[in-house]
Unconditional design. Structure first.
Length: 523
C-alpha cells in the first residue's frame, strides 16, 4: 500500500514516505514527574496518552545533566565534547545572550538535515545555544541559521536571577559575578527577551503568558502546513518547568505541588493542544511525536521562602547538574507514530536522546553528515520490535569534559553495567549539592564503582570488581577507544566567550530595551 503524507511518497527510506516530526522538549522535567512514569499526584493526561498510544522508553538518557550541552547533543547526535560544548568554569550553561557562546555553525542539526529533503521547519520556545558569533547582529548561532525556517521564543533560558525572585542560580556559585560584569538590575532587564524570526519583540519577558504563546505559535505553524504539501519538523522547546516558575491564572494554585506542579500541569495542557491541532488539521495519525526532557529534575531548587520548586527523579539517585548519576541523565522518552509503531509498548533497553538524530534522518531519507562522528544510533529496529536489544553496546557519561562513567549493554542477557569513575561532591549525609554540583569538585575515585543498573537503579550497591573482571575490562577497553576518537575542538564555553558583552546585547526600543510583543498584548 502506498501511503501519502503531506503529498510526498519517497523511495529510499524505511517508510517509503516522509513523516512529519514533532519534538516536545520539556526543561528540567523529572522522570518521576509524569503519570506514565509513576507519578500519582500530578495530572499529566496528555503525556500519559502519548505513552498509551506509543512507545515508552524507560532507560532513556541525556548526554549531560544540564541543558546547554544536552540540547546541543540532541540536535546534532554528537557528544558535547565533540562539539566543544564543555564549560571551563563553574558556570555550566550559557547565561547571557550577549556573548560569543553558541552551537558551532559547522555542526549539522536535525533541522538542517530535514531541510535538505524538503521539510518546513520551526522552533518554538527556548533555544539556549547562542545568538551572534563575532559581531552584533551577525546571528550566526541563531536558530534560523541552524536549520529552522521559523523561530519564536526565548533565545536564552529562564532563570530566577532574571526574574526578581532572588539571586539563586549564578550568584550561588559566584557571589560577586554581577559586580564584575555589570549591575544585576540592568542585566536582569535586558537579558530576558523574546525573538520572532530575527526581531526582538518582547523585553523583558512576560512569563505568565509565555507558555500559552508557545502553544499558539505551534498550532499556527501546524495550521499553515495544512495549506501546502511540504512535510514538516516542529520542535516545541518549552521553558516549563525551569524556574522562574510562572503560569497563567487558570493553572495557578491548581495542583497538589505548588507552583512547580502548576507548571507541570500547564506544560501537559500545552502538549495536549499541539496533539489536538495535529488531529484537527489531518496530521495526527501520520506524524511521529517525540516527547522528552533535557535533563533530570533539579532537586535543590527552592523558592526564597522555602517553596519546593524542583521535581522528582523517581527511584534514581541525584538530579540536574549531578554529572553521571542516574537522576541527572535518566529522562522521560516517549515516541508515538500510530501508523508505524505499536501502541502501549514499554522498552527497557538503554537508549540516548542523540539516537533520535540518526533515527529521524533515516526515516525522512536524509543523508547523514560525512566525515563526522555521529554518536546516535538508529532506534527504528528496536522501536518496531525487530531488534530485541539496544543498538549501543557502550554509553559514555560526561560532566563537562570529564568522563565520569560508562555503561555497557552486552549482546547477551538482560543486564546493564555502569562503571563510575567520579561521583558528585555532595553535602555531608545528603544526595545533593548546595544548589548545583560543580564538575571540577567531583570526587575522583581511586577505584571505580561498578553497578548492575537494572537491578540497582538507585546506585546503592556497588559490586566487587574482582568478581566482574571481564565486565570491567570490556568497559575500560571501550573507554580507551572512545577517548581516542575525540578530536581536539575549541571550547565554545570558555571564560572569555561566556562574558557579557554590552555591544552584543539585543535591545528593542533603544535605549530603553523595553517592549511588549504587539501580537500578544492582550494575553
Amino acid at each position: 500500500m502506498i501511503i501519502f503524507v503531506s503529498g510526498a511518497y519517497v523511495l529510499g527510506n524505511p517508510l517509503g514516505f516522509k513523516p512529519n516530526i514533532v519534538i516536545l522538549l520539556a526543561d528540567d522535567l523529572g522522570y518521576g514527574d509524569v503519570g506514565c512514569y509513576g507519578n500519582t499526584t500530578l495530572r499529566t493526561p496528555n503525556m500519559d496518552a502519548l505513552a498509551q498510544d506509543g512507545v515508552k522508553l524507560t532507560h532513556h538518557l541525556a548526554a549531560e545533566s544540564v541543558c546547554t550541552p544536552s540540547r546541543a547533543a540532541l540536535l546534532t547526535g554528537r557528544y558535547p565534547i565533540r562539539t566543544g560544548f564543555i564549560p571551563t568554569t563553574v558556570i555550566r550553561v550559557d547565561i547571557f545572550v550577549a556573548n560569543y557562546v553558541g552551537l558551532p555553525d559547522n555542526e549539522t542539526t536535525i533541522a538542517e538535515l530535514a531541510k535538505t529533503v524538503g521539510y518546513k521547519t520551526a522552533l518554538i520556545g527556548k533555544w539556549h545555544l547562542g545568538l551572534s558569533k563575532e559581531t552584533y547582529g551577525d546571528n550566526k548561532f541563531h536558530p534560523m541559521n541552524q536549520g529552522f525556517d521559523y523561530y519564536y521564543g526565548h533565545i536564552l533560558t529562564n532563570m530566577k536571577d532574571f526574574s526578581g525572585e532572588g539571586d539563586r542560580v549564578v550568584l550561588s556559585q559566584q557571589p560577586n559575578f554581577y559586580k564584575i560584569c555589570f549591575s544585576a538590575i540592568v542585566i536582569s532587564i535586558i537579558s530576558t527577551l523574546i525573538i520572532k524570526k530575527y526581531e526582538v519583540v518582547e523585553q523583558p519577558i512576560h512569563l505568565e503568558t509565555l507558555h500559552d504563546r508557545y502553544t499558539k505559535e505551534g498550532v499556527e505553524f501546524i495550521e499553515d502546513r495544512s495549506k501546502d504539501n511540504n512535510p514538516f519538523l516542529l520542535m516545541m522547546s518549552y521553558d516549563h518547568v525551569h524556574t522562574a516558575l510562572r503560569t497563567s491564572e487558570r493553572f495557578r494554585g491548581k495542583s497538589k505541588h505548588g507552583r512547580y506542579g502548576d507548571a507541570v500541569e500547564e506544560l501537559d495542557d500545552g502538549i495536549g493542544e499541539i496533539m489536538n491541532a495535529l488531529d484537527r488539521f489531518g496530521f495526527g495519525r501520520n506524524t511521529l511525536v517525540y516527547m522528552t526532557s533535557d535533563n533530570g529534575a533539579h532537586l535543590e531548587e527552592s523558592g526564597v521562602n522555602g517553596e519546593v520548586d524542583g521535581g522528582s527523579n523517581g527511584i534514581f539517585r541525584g538530579g540536574k547538574t549531578h554529572g553521571a548519576v542516574e537522576g541527572g541523565i535518566r529522562i522521560p522518552g516517549i515516541i508515538r507514530f500510530p501508523t508505524v509503531l505499536p501502541s502501549n509498548i514499554v522498552i527497557d533497553e538503554p537508549t540516548m536522546q542523540m539516537d533520535t538524530f540518526t533515527t529521524f534522518a533515516n526515516l525522512i531519507g536524509a543523508e547523514l553528515p560525512q566525515n563526522t562522528q555521529i554518536d546516535g544510533k538508529d532506534l527504528f529496529p528496536l522501536l518496531k520490535r525487530k531488534s530485541p536489544i539496544s543498538p549501543h553496546r557502550f554509553f559514555y557519561h560526561y560532566c563537562d569534559g570529564a568522563l565520569q562513567a560508562a555503561r555497557y549493554r552486552p549482546k547477551a542477557g538482560n543486564k546493564v553495567w555502569k562503571l563510575v569513575y567520579e561521583t558528585p561532591n555532595y553535602l555531608p549525609g545528603q544526595n545533593r549539592c548546595l544548589f548545583t554540583c560543580v564538575c571540577s569538585e567531583s570526587i575522583k575515585l581511586e577505584n571505580p564503582l561498578l553497578y548492575e543498573i537494572n537491578s540497582d537503579p538507585g546506585e546503592e550497591k556497588p559490586l566487587n570488581l574482582e568478581d566482574h573482571k571481564e565486565i570491567v575490562l570490556a568497559i575500560e577497553e571501550a573507554v580507551k577507544k572512545h577517548k581516542e576518537s575525540i578530536q581536539p575542538t575549541p571550547p565554545m564555553m570558555d571564560f572569555y566567550k561566556m562574558l557579557w558583552r554590552p555591544h552584543m546585547q539585543p535591545c528593542c526600543n533603544f535605549p530603553y530595551c523595553s517592549c511588549r510583543d504587539p501580537v500578544y498584548q492582550t494575553t
